[in-house]
Design a protein around this ligand. Structure first.
Ligand code: GLU
Length: 488
């Protein structure tokens, strides 16, 4: 990777916790982070928040790296590329969090809490009954040394809790404006578990400061964690003027207006990749989901996105994910591909589906066939199904199409077609079409839709196929006639 020479001080980070495949919401966040960094000439940092060792796996981490790479969201600092503020995996920074936690303890900003899980549950239960906001009741805030000694004698292992002062926290969110949190709803929170492992709030806040992050653009689900992060900054001794600015991006909703999840739509980017969506289409669509370039264009290139992206133009209301719109954009992007590129995208789909093995003859045929389907597909995943008829060894007509050509008239279409085509000198789609139109439409007076549908089924095995005459040309005279005869 080329050395990164930022032209501005803006530093933005994307910091997923890879406890699964990155989903649509994560990627929209990553895209906006990236776009903002590129727009400002700043730095895009990729940090992996993998302190939840029970749920994060090396596979998910690798998948996250692959997904960003696949989407073209290149990062300037982070895994694989390194950078001056690393390491960029939180699991490699545990000593840093431990040092800060120790400092907070010694400063009195944090304290050891010995409450057991049962005791905390009891507190919650009482709070429920009394109808007061749930949260830690401050039991261990001021323990005497005798009480501490007693707890230790019982073998209790403490967590480290941050002391939340009375009052409230106010900050200006770049999307939502001024936001205030009353601390009575932000109880003292855990920074370090009893086993010594750090919690998200500690690690994220420490890293954002140490990595000199200037702008935190992230999902709105994290809005309520902000006052806790600001409290950590404060304990770190950071001047409030140097706090990162926050922008909480609105949720991506499903069509049913519920937050997008597996239940109401496919959410994993891997699914979209495997279904044959182009990264550019996904980025294009997600860019316009919750952000607008200032006009009503539906197509935006990555270059335009980086030129035009500003946080002010991010909407504050939730955006609805509409796969139909994504499909439409994907179709546009596929049509816009130069043939060579289309071929490169198509090949893995054809080989993975077993449509072709990869011989030179097959590849030549694929190259000849791609132009006739490029106009009509919405996803790359449709390619094997559409081109299979050209390569299949044991040709058979699909179950649901077979019955459509059982009638007498279909038989007539096929019979006449074989007769007329057998003598055809040049097997080119124009010639095939001319002969068939004369014979079937003009002479027999059949409706084109009917006549050509019967032929389509006979030749391609399905009533859905690429354009008929081009398909026949590609398949060749011998195979085409053989199939029509067999269908008769
Ligand atoms: N690691 C957090 C998550 O994936 C996000 C951290 C952040 O953006 O502040 O939910």
């Amino acid at each position: 990777m080329a050395a990164h020479n930022p032209t501005s001080a803006v530093r933005v980070r994307f910091a997923p916790s890879p406890t699964g495949e990155l989903h649509v919401g994560n990627i929209r966040t990553a895209l906006f982070d990236w776009a903002y960094a590129r727009h400002t000439g700043g730095t895009f940092i990729f940090r992996i928040e993998d302190t939840d060792t029970e749920r994060v796996t090396p596979e998910y981490i690798q998948a996250a790296l692959n997904t960003l790479t696949w989407l073209g969201l290149d990062w300037d600092e982070g895994p694989e590329v390194g950078g001056p503020n690393g390491p960029y995996l939180q699991s490699e920074r545990l000593h840093i969090y431990a040092e800060w936690a120790a400092k907070f303890l010694s400063q009195g900003d944090a304290y050891h809490c010995y409450c057991s899980a049962e005791e905390l549950e009891k507190v919650r239960e009482d709070q429920r009954k009394a109808n007061v906001a749930p949260g830690y009741n401050g039991h261990c805030r001021e323990l005497s040394s005798d009480q501490v000694a007693a707890y230790l004698a019982q073998g209790r292992k403490p967590v480290v809790r941050m002391r939340m002062p009375d009052g409230s926290t106010t900050f200006t969110d770049l999307i939502r404006g001024e936001v205030t949190f009353e601390h009575k709803f932000v109880p003292d929170f855990v920074l370090v578990r009893a086993d010594g492992s750090p919690l998200y709030t500690l690690a994220v806040a420490v890293d954002d400061i140490l990595m000199k992050v200037t702008h935190v653009l992230r999902g709105e689900d994290l809005l309520s964690s902000t006052p806790r992060q600001l409290r950590v900054y404060d304990a770190m001794g950071v001047n409030p003027n140097d706090y990162p600015l926050f922008a909480h991006l609105p949720f991506v909703m499903g069509q049913d207006n519920a937050k997008l999840s597996k239940r109401n739509g496919e959410t994993s980017i891997a699914w979209y990749r495997d279904a044959g969506f182009l990264p550019e289409a996904i980025c294009n669509y997600l860019a316009l989901l919750g952000w607008s370039p200032g006009d009503d264009r539906e197509n935006v290139t990555m270059k335009e996105l980086t030129e035009l992206f500003t946080v002010e133009r991010v909407h504050s209301s939730p955006a609805k994910f509409d796969i139909k719109k994504l499909e439409a954009i994907n179709g546009d992007k596929i049509r816009a591909l130069p043939l060579e590129e289309f071929f490169t995208w198509a090949m893995p789909f054809l080989t993975r589906a077993g449509t072709i093995q990869g011989s030179d003859t097959e590849i030549a045929l694929v190259k000849a066939a791609l132009p006739i389907i490029q106009e009509r597909i919405v996803t790359l995943g449709e390619i094997p199904g559409l081109l299979n008829f050209l390569f299949v060894k044991d040709f058979a007509i699909a179950e649901d199409s077979r019955e459509k050509i059982l009638d007498e008239q279909s038989k007539q279409v096929l019979t006449v077609s074989v007769q007329r085509l057998s003598g055809l000198g040049e097997w080119k789609h124009e010639a095939i079409e001319a002969v068939l139109r004369t014979a079937l439409i003009e002479e027999l007076g059949l409706k084109p839709r009917f006549a050509f549908s019967a032929l389509r089924i006979a030749v391609t095995g399905s009533h859905i196929s690429p354009p008929l005459f081009e398909s026949m040309e590609l398949l060749g005279a011998e195979k085409s006639l053989e199939r029509i005869r067999a269908a008769m």
